[in-house]
Ligand binder design. Structure first.
Ligand code: BMA
Length: 317
């Protein structure tokens, strides 16, 4: 056991929460779990907005500095379309955005909340105004999916998270596809730990894999169940660049858990849930955008080199 403080790697933005339902141009219950990317020299969040029926849709918020003065679309940007896509009956949630240079498009994997449970759907966009849906790419129950930004050994690759055991167990899986629609060669990538671990029983991917010279950085959550509910915390792993099925390192400690009031109170207490991260190579800075307590959006930053050093160090004992 070493005594490095893994929870000091990320620094919370002083103006957190950066977005709340009160900022919204139309009535909303909560705004959280946004996908994130850079677009037209701005930071863009595709925010999950929950309405007063309990159903979610997605809306764009843009900012020049990624932390303040957000310009929010006056109306919902992407609404569920249950008529053409029945799996969207109870809303669309938790988008993960990947810029795919080869296609010249952003590929968005999101949760479609079907009447048979959540599953993963795929849409593309070039402008965050119009979207092309490719439909459901998994069956329920499955969520927490994201696409790698380029083909690996000639095929598209995604991470996803099927659930079994009446929702009590979930591992992180990998799958491959020739065309983004038909997915196969499924296998477990990271297993939930067991017993007393912070990431026992149920884990899921958070942000799309981030390419670094040392491997794909994976940001994932672990759910710890206890007498008064669950705690969603964030951990890290590193995958081989050429074969993402190979795990190079997996951190033992969590790097971020609910600590401050906006993470500890809200519709779902004690839930830190990022869906987007932006890595700025020039400054070595990783910006992590996360939903806090399923209620608002917050930002935390870390140095990529510190995260990679931590992963090596944390695996040793
Ligand atoms: C997960 C997802 C997230 C949510 C989190 C905490 O299973 O459904 O959308 O933020 O639970 O409620």
């Amino acid at each position: 056991m070493n005594f490095m403080d893994s929870t000091s790697l990320f620094t919370r933005e002083k103006n957190n929460p950066i977005l709340t339902a009160a900022d919204w141009p139309y009535p909303a219950n909560t705004v959280f779990n946004a996908g994130a990317t850079k677009f037209n020299d701005e930071y863009l969040l595709l925010v999950r907005v929950e309405d007063h029926r309990g159903f979610s849709h997605l809306s764009v918020a843009r900012s020049k500095d990624g932390a303040s003065n957000w310009q929010i679309d006056a109306e919902p940007t992407l609404l569920p379309d249950a008529e053409s896509y029945p799996e969207e009956a109870w809303g669309i949630e938790d988008p993960r955005i990947t810029w795919v240079a080869e296609l010249g498009k952003f590929v968005i994997l999101y949760t479609a909340y079907s009447t048979n449970g959540p599953l993963v759907s795929l849409a593309t966009t070039e402008n965050f105004k119009t979207f092309a849906r490719l439909g459901a790419i998994t069956y329920p129950e499955n969520k927490d999916a994201a696409l790698f930004p380029r083909k690996i050994n000639g095929r598209w690759c995604m991470i996803h998270r099927p659930v079994y055991g009446a929702g009590t167990q979930a591992h992180i899986w990998l799958a491959y596809s020739p065309d983004l629609i038909h997915w196969g060669e499924n296998r477990i990538l990271l297993k939930a730990r067991t017993g007393g671990w912070w990431d026992a029983n149920k884990i899921g991917l958070n942000c799309p894999p981030i390419e670094t010279p040392e491997g794909w950085l994976i940001i994932y959550h672990g759910v710890r169940h206890h007498a008064s509910g669950s705690i969603y915390r964030i951990g890290l792993a590193l995958l081989d660049l050429h074969d993402p099925g190979k795990v190079i390192h997996r951190g033992k400690r969590w790097v971020m858990g609910p600590e401050v009031p906006y993470e500890r109170t809200g519709d779902v207490i004690d839930a830190n849930f990022p869906c987007g991260a932006i890595f700025e190579q020039e400054t070595d800075m990783l910006r992590l955008y996360y939903g806090a307590a399923d209620t608002c959006m917050a930002l935390a930053t870390a140095k990529m080199s510190d995260l990679l050093d931590f992963l090596k160090y944390d695996c040793k004992d």
